[in-house]
Design a protein around this ligand. Structure first.
Ligand SMILES: [Zn+2]
Length: 204
């Protein structure tokens, strides 16, 4: 795994530094294979360094007048909490189910039971730090809808490539992100890195 900078990206320099982007051969939570992976642990290591980007995201989301933000554990949850504080609104989170199924987009995210009644009827924006295939945000949208929330948009600090962007658009939801970077995701059967025999790293 090699840390890289991201030439040609519109990710702000300070945010690139916090994200620790890496290139290699990664199996995403969605089941896709990717050449780019971004760590989230360093992103939240120093919250004051992240704050300018939280403020920018809050500025993008505020005109939609959400009642709450919801983020999938763990990066999305941390981002949702910080951004909701900035916006003065409620914050929810979802937890990844312990045992995902097989195939593409196998993962489900669940609201903790004591939040079920609190999300009902709320206008919620689902946020995640980095959206690649969109697995965690889409599963979170489904879970919120199942408990009576109205999901009105998806927000992110970074979108990687088009796969997740298109998947969110297919739900009829706007996706508001402060930056983006090109990336190509592959179905396992079509992955050129697999065909070259490059070792695969799980990043679930
Ligand atoms: Zn592959």
């Amino acid at each position: 795994m090699t840390p890289v900078d991201l030439p040609g990206s519109n990710i702000p320099e300070g945010l690139q530094f916090l994200l620790s982007a890496r290139t290699g051969h990664y199996r995403m939570e969605s089941g896709h294979h990717s050449q780019v992976w971004m760590e989230f642990n360093t992103l939240f290591m120093n919250p004051s360094h992240l704050r300018p980007f939280i403020t920018r995201l809050a500025g993008l989301l505020a005109p939609l007048q959400p009642d709450a933000l919801c983020g999938p554990y763990i990066g999305g949850m941390l981002l949702a909490s910080m951004t909701a504080m900035e916006m003065g609104i409620e914050f929810f989170h979802t937890l990844r189910q312990a045992d995902p199924g097989e195939g593409m987009y196998p993962v489900q995210y669940h609201l903790p039971a004591d939040l079920h009644t609190h999300v009902s009827g709320k206008r919620v924006i689902v946020v995640d730090d980095v959206i690649n295939a969109g697995s965690a945000v889409l599963a979170t949208c489904d879970e919120l809808a199942a408990h009576g929330a109205e999901v009105i948009a998806v927000g992110a600090l970074v979108t990687l490539g088009d796969t997740g962007v298109e998947a969110v658009a297919a739900r009829g939801l706007p996706l508001l992100s402060i930056s983006s970077h090109p990336n190509r995701l592959y179905l396992p059967d079509e992955c050129p890195l697999c065909q070259q025999g490059v070792e695969l790293t799980e990043v679930k």
